[in-house]
Design a protein around this ligand. Structure first.
Ligand SMILES: [Zn+2]
Length: 279
């Protein structure tokens, strides 16, 4: 069985309320050994943590999405801080800037992003970053944060991940240089994904993650239905094709990358029984 991790989805969302057990069952059948459920505000992060608490293979992140920045206040910050200390909270996010939809004023988005980064530094949690139509500014802010925290960060551990990456290869390489991973979603399966294709081809496999961002971003062959973690197989297949590597190589390395980022111990990572000395 190939090892696979969906490094970013929103299983706590209402889109899964009617059939979550079946979705999890299909994920298991597809070979997913872990799923990271990503929070977007305090309430939603609490639900992500509750799900993670109920399933050994589920983990959660605690975050405040830039869309909701206008609703952030000190009370919410305290709530997030408490949630982020729970054992199954593996990262802070998603956080960032979204000047495409601009659902909260840019000034407010910047202030909340910075507060969340400060909290991540304080708790030494990696960050899950959302960046849309704000590429240069997000990179500049993360560069500043990286400089602050690097001294106290474990050598091998990535600082975070830029989720659903949509920039060009040059930007992806700058993120890698900075100590970040780059996460690829199913938009790489879309026919017009030329820029993302060169990102996937041009980065070391050790710096890539794979995610569904479910219920959003359904892979090409499953459109227009709701996305779910088991559909990650199509994205992994496309990445393997682009890189001329096997699906197994891509699945195993990207899972190891996700496990290292989030500090997840992979149960299936031990030697298979037939290799054990049976004398
Ligand atoms: Zn997301």
């Amino acid at each position: 069985m190939t090892m696979l991790i969906d490094s970013h989805c929103h299983l706590q969302f209402v889109q899964f309320q009617d059939d979550r057990p079946q979705v999890l069952e299909r994920a298991q059948q597809a070979g997913l050994s872990a799923i990271v459920v990503v929070g977007t505000d305090a309430n939603d992060s609490r639900q992500a943590l509750a799900l993670a608490g109920a399933h050994p293979n589920l983990f959660a992140t605690v975050g405040w999405h830039p869309h909701q920045a206008a609703e952030f206040d000190d009370q919410q910050r305290l709530a997030l801080r408490r949630l982020a200390e729970s054992p199954k909270a593996v990262a802070l996010g998603e956080i960032g800037l979204d000047f495409y939809r601009n659902l909260s004023p840019p000034e407010t988005q910047r202030a909340v992003f910075q507060q969340m980064l400060d909290l991540a530094g304080e708790l030494r949690l990696p960050v899950v970053v959302h960046s849309r139509a704000a590429e240069d500014e997000v990179f500049a802010i993360l560069s500043g944060w990286a400089a602050q925290v690097k001294g106290q960060w474990p050598q091998e551990r990535p600082l975070g991940v830029v989720h659903c990456f949509s920039g060009d290869l040059a930007l992806a390489l700058r993120y890698v240089q900075l100590g970040f991973l780059v996460s690829i979603a199913a938009n790489v399966t879309y026919p017009n994904a030329h820029r993302l294709t060169s990102v996937v081809a041009g980065l070391p496999l050790e710096r890539l993650l794979v995610e569904t961002d479910a219920p959003y971003l359904t892979p090409q062959s499953m459109r227009p239905q709701r996305n779910e973690p088991s559909f990650i197989v199509e994205t992994v297949g496309r990445i393997a094709e682009i890189r001329a590597q096997t699906v197994r190589e891509v699945a195993e390395q990207t899972s190891a990358n996700a496990a290292a980022l989030y500090g997840i111990a992979l149960a299936g990572a031990s030697e298979p029984p037939e290799k054990r000395d049976t004398r």
